[in-house]
Design a protein around this ligand. Structure first.
Ligand SMILES: Nc1ncnc2c1ncn2[C@@H]1O[C@H](COP(=O)(O)OP(=O)(O)OP(=O)(O)O)[C@@H](O)[C@H]1O
Ligand SMILES: [Mg+2]
Length: 398
């Protein structure tokens, strides 16, 4: 059983949280935060160094952030959780301060479920473990899942799928998803999500970004509860970036996020190859036209030949409608592999991206949304499956 310290709580709150998360909770009043926070931490009984700390709204926000920064620097393995309004600025400062999750209420079910699952996954602190300076890396206490959305052709829906998939995964795992715009020249994720990033991929490939805390500051928080690493302003900014650099960046994000969603440019650019090298899932997107289907077939054959096809492959047919004159079984014959998901042509998809709000945020009933959610559920389930091997089942929503 892990130990959770609730700063700014009382015994009643501790009992309630304890019964929700199934781990031992102790509390400290907000007034315990006098003086500097490192001395607060060092002043704690070393036998009760917590595995997690919940900073409640009874603690002034600035004091919570300061304490979090100090704790993260000394004990980056302590899982820090903040109760505060989930406004963009607060979220960003929280993430910069090493806080793992933020929710407006301590009773927020996803906050509690997230903390519980992270604590369940980690080994408890051994009693008597002295307070020592730990290395500045966050230990991986979960298995991260990375997916690359790709296609040989442009305009087939890669960005629409990546952005909606990120939202859908974030609805299940808030603040545990990062979406990266790996369309290095003309990425439009920030436009489609109506984000004005302070930092972009250019910073993430720059000096110093191998530090996880610094890298986190380059991410932009989306209102739907996930992070985005937006594309650079200039198409030439990341010309020099190699496949190896992309793989290294993805692996760094895997240390911090349960889900990493990678949007890519058309074709097999170096960045896409680097993304695939670090991915668990390839989401291959085709439309129902023969040129695109032939391209996808060649892409699958090439990736198999290069041993770059991730363990899990999803063939997605987008813009599906009856006008093409092809049926799904014709498509499968042309591709030489089964289709996993059919996404219908839907006029609300471009309307949503023109508004800068992914369709999954605003609609539950659209067939496009239902199909994207079935893909995210499949990935979510696979991420949780210990075996990871399942039968090939088409998820079709017409
Ligand atoms: N199922 C769909 N029904 C209707 N419109 C769609 C659908 N999927 C995508 N679109 C629209 O098609 C256009 C291209 O989609 P998107 O930008 O997602 O493609 P892409 O493959 O990322 O393109 P690029 O290669 O240029 O990055 C957008 O206007 C998008 O809103
Ligand atoms: Mg795109």
């Amino acid at each position: 059983m892990s130990l959770v310290l609730i700063v700014g709580g009382d015994d009643e709150l501790a009992a309630r949280v304890e019964s929700t998360i199934g781990h031992q909770c102790v509390t400290l009043g907000a007034d315990a935060l006098q003086g500097d926070s490192t001395s607060f931490l060092r002043g704690l009984d070393p036998t009760v160094i917590p595995d997690a700390m919940i900073l409640t709204s009874a603690v002034p926000l600035a004091a919570s952030m300061a304490l979090a920064r100090e704790v993260a620097a000394v004990r980056p393995d302590v899982d820090l959780v903040l109760v505060a309004a989930t406004e963009k600025e607060i979220m960003l400062e929280a993430m910069r301060s090493g806080i793992r999750d933020v929710a407006p209420s301590i009773d927020d079910p996803s906050l509690m479920a997230g903390l519980r699952s992270r604590l369940d996954a980690r080994a408890p602190t051994s009693p008597g473990d002295p307070l020592k300076l730990a290395p500045k890396t966050t230990p991986v206490d979960f298995r991260s899942r990375t997916m690359t959305v790709l296609s040989p052709k442009g305009g087939v829906g890669k960005t629409s799928i990546s952005t909606n998939l990120a939202v859908s995964l974030a609805q299940q795992s808030p603040m545990e998803v990062v979406l990266v715009d790996l369309d290095l020249q003309f990425g439009d994720v920030s436009t489609v999500l109506d984000l004005r990033p302070a930092h972009t991929l250019e910073d993430a490939f720059g000096p110093g970004a191998h530090d996880n805390l610094l890298l986190k500051t380059y991410l932009t928080v989306h209102d739907a509860g996930f992070f985005v690493l937006c594309g650079a302003e200039s198409p030439a900014a990341n010309d020099h970036v190699t496949a190896e650099q992309v793989s290294a960046l993805v692996r760094q994000l895997q240390e911090q996020f349960r889900y990493v969603v990678l949007d890519t440019a058309a074709g097999l650019e170096d960045a896409t190859l680097g993304a695939l090298e670090a991915s668990d899932d390839a989401i291959l997107v085709s439309t129902m036209d023969i040129a695109c289907l032939r391209g996808v077939r060649k892409e699958i054959e090439l990736l198999d030949e290069l041993s770059l096809m991730p363990a899990s492959r999803h063939v997605v047919l987008n813009f599906a409608d009856k006008q093409s004159g092809l049926k799904v079984k014709d498509v499968e014959a042309l591709l030489g592999v089964p289709v996993d998901l059919v996404l219908p042509r839907a006029k609300e998809v471009p309307v949503a991206s023109n508004k800068g709000v992914p369709l999954v945020v605003t609609s539950k009933s659209s067939p496009f949304v239902k199909a994207v959610k079935s893909l995210s559920k499949k990935i979510y389930d696979r991420a949780r499956a210990t075996e990871g091997k399942q039968g090939h089942k088409r998820l079709e929503v017409a």
